[in-house]
Write a protein that binds this ligand. Sequence first.
Ligand code: ADP
Ligand code: ZN
Length: 511
Amino acid sequence: WSSRDFSWTKKLEENNKKVFGNHSFRPNQREVINATMSGYDVFVLMPTGGGKSLTYQLPALICPGITLVISPLVSLIQDQIMHLLQANIPAAYLSANMDWSEQQEILRELTSDYCKYKLLYVTPEKVAKSDVLLRHLNILNTRDLLARIVIDEAHCVSQWGHDFRPDYQCLGILKQKFPKTPVLALTATATASVKEDVVQALGLINCIIFRQSFNRPNLQYSVIPKTKKCVEDIDKFIKENHFDECGIIYCLSRMDCEKVAEKLQEYGHKAAFYHGNMDPAQRAFIQKQWSKDEINIICATVAFGMGINKPDVRFVIHHSLPKSIEGYHQECGRAGRDGQRSSCLLYYSYSDYVSYCENDVDCRRLLQLLHFGEKFNSAHCQKTCDNCCKITSSVDKDVTNIAKQLVELVRLTGQQFSSSHILEVYRGSLSQFVKKHRHETLSLHGAGKHLAKGEASRIIHHLVVEEFLLEDVKKSDIYGSVSSVLKVNESKAKNLFLGGKTIILRFPSSV
Ligand code: ADP
Ligand code: ZN
């Protein structure tokens, strides 16, 4: 999609420079634009800050007709419109909390003979609930003036994502009503299952998929055990590394936000809190102060997030664990959007246990990217995460026997348990859950008790990555929380038992 010349190639180049002030295209931008302008449905997975907006704003500018953009938050939309108007691209938006007369005026303009708008932004509930909007889109469509439909933050369609929004599920109606209009779905977070969900719910046909690496080389990741003096540590960290710079501290509860902010103020920082319990005016005020650098540090719940476009956020600190690794990646992604070096700190306590934090061996990047199905060579981390920094030398160990035992244990327990349960049994746990299933009676119960904690878990992880074991994901409840059970991939596992396949893992010797 990049090499061929299209009839619009020259126009693209010119407008990218002249109107948007960019010297060149970023990875995948040109490809996405060419695909969508060729009339295909396109699904784009691009990290935050990758430049998704340009992939529809530039086509909107040079194609006849109007581009409809569905975006989840009014604050996001307003920010986009402001930028468009600054670049002299006429755009408007409709949202439920606008005056009816104002909305009518925009709709009237939309179907007038010389409509000035190139883009119309709407929130998803507008599509779900406003027949008037659909009628107007229909008029545009019959005149061949509905150029493109853009679904921003498309992962909101899926219950599997971390940000499900029911109104997004109605967006499938757009493809039904306007089958000839190309749809462009954009997101910065989508695992394979979310992507499937989105493509299906939106009714995308022969969709072209662009995905690119989620690695953010300029972010430095660390995980730190959380103690009582966590906020003191944070204060010290900021003063030593990011004095007078901007950052976000994610806290679990509203109370935590307020407490942490108050403490940091005592330590002399320009800090404020932000959470869902504040009224919208208050929140807008804080957000504004922050964007004008009048506040450096925001202590926030995850309510503070989407729509933050501040490029120079130098640190994102998780005062407590994020809800999922996807959420974590997204939240960290708000740091360093300008490409400059920035820090991501995660404080965890034992009760908050997750495997990402427990793991003190593998590269943090590798662990995060694995989650997106991306293989990462930890040599490329270049010691920009705490685990890679720790490594001075490493030893290779043959772990084939342990691997065989683990696979056998998955079989013995009937292929219906999670990896953490398999590990518990292997390491000899006598927990109630183990006893309930009588797994303490298995011959392999406790077979791995001589192993260091984390070692067996790494091996099982490796077996999953190399597909000796398969994770069968189950959606366990209506909130979409997900659990997974391990199954044996027999066709692959037979190499291990019959084919003489050995498994060697590298174990670092730490300082
Ligand atoms: P996303 O929506 O993927 O998070 P944005 O569309 O908001 O990213 O773009 C992030 C930043 O990158 C914006 O400031 C934008 O102006 C800038 N940008 C986008 N494309 C280019 C480009 N080709 N060259 C330079 N800057 C770009
Ligand atoms: Zn690393």
